[in-house]
Write a protein that binds this ligand. Sequence first.
Ligand code: PHE
Ligand code: NA
Length: 456
Amino acid sequence: MDNNRAQWGTRAGFILAAVGSAIGLGNIWRFPYIAYADGGGAFFLPYLIALLTAGIPILILEFTMGHKYRGSSPLTFARINKKAEWLGWWQVLISFVISTYYAVIIGWALAYAFFSFKLSWGDDTGGFLMGDYLGAADTEIGTLGGIVPNVFIPLLIVWVITLGILFKGVKKGIEVANKIFIPALLVLFMIIVIRALTLDGANIGLEALFKPDWSRIGDSKVWIDAYGQIFFSLSIAFAIMITYSSYLPKKSDITNNAFITGFSNSSFELLAGIGVFSALGFMAKASGVDISEVATAGIGLAFAVFPAIINEMPAFRELFGFLFFTSLVLAGLSSLVSISETYIAGFQDKFNISRTKAVAIGGGLSALISVLYATKGGLYILDVVDHFVLSMGVGLSGLVEVILIAWVFRKVKSLQGYANEFSDIRLGSWWVICLTVITPLLLGFMMIKNVYTDIV
Ligand code: PHE
Ligand code: NA
């Protein structure tokens, strides 16, 4: 195996990069709403089960695979068995598709960080978003057209930064960027959460988020959401964690690093839930409506509801807005870098080309496609693609990965031995059982049930 493969400079560098990939828009705008809508406090049970039986075990698996086989996802699977290379490319493809629209969302966040200075979104925050972006009320693809400069220029900036980091390479680019982005993100986000917690009505939001509704616990949708959130949020089964761990120096810890990454991501998710729902509680109280009227996720939450909340705030509105949207930018950029690295590493390994060429081709193509969503009506396509990726990619790719490794190639035992050679924490048989029995059964059952309910 090649000796001139790029390497992380420090253990902290690798952990920050992995955490940077994990912490993203999913933590801030997806998790809080899913938890709220899927049983509140009761959601934490399926969430924890998904984290402990699938999320962390698969994260350990991917770190072990990357460390051992030293390849991008396609090369790693090819080294396990030539017949499995396609799974790596499938994961890379999903990541590529995500990168095309993830960049646009970060572009929006960057634009809104600047809009914050003058609260440029005005009183009709939803209308500002829709009017500017969708072109009146038309959300048909037929109305596509006209690049929207408000997002085109920030999008360009996002790609210049992202590709700049990737050109610089693993140690000087990705590692350095995450060493800046992640601490900065934590500081900014803590300020936001504390401010949100001290807003009048925060308790209403927190009650809505944490009040358990146990009647939902038998609903398979709740469990699918929990697993989906864990996979997306931990960036597993997307080729990312395999790629990142392929740059680990030989003498690196595996298992402990995976636990640190998994728990950091979930802690941030919880923090985001507290911050977002405190702010939503404030909004509900200020406008005298039920929390269910303001609670939402995704683009609507970030670019319509949050600006409305910022408008309502008693003081330091501009600053709060700037910090909030800058947090989205930082969380998003570190994830975008990681998704883009999957195809860059994949191309380098497969076609033996330089990093520079791989970045130019892969990143350039993704950047070009992303302009499509920066047009009038683009937000509509973005939404469709996002739903498609979430329902087709997440979970399924993880399920196939686990079945191939555990049952087709029967690698779990030997990988356990390998991981234990390199880790502070010894992997017990719980790990083997999670990967070979619990995860395939639970995930498989849920997928089948999901397809079945869709059809019937
Ligand atoms: N984990 C990131 C988040 O929570 C998103 C992401 C998903 C990044 C898939 C890369 C790949 O937002
Ligand atoms: Na995440």
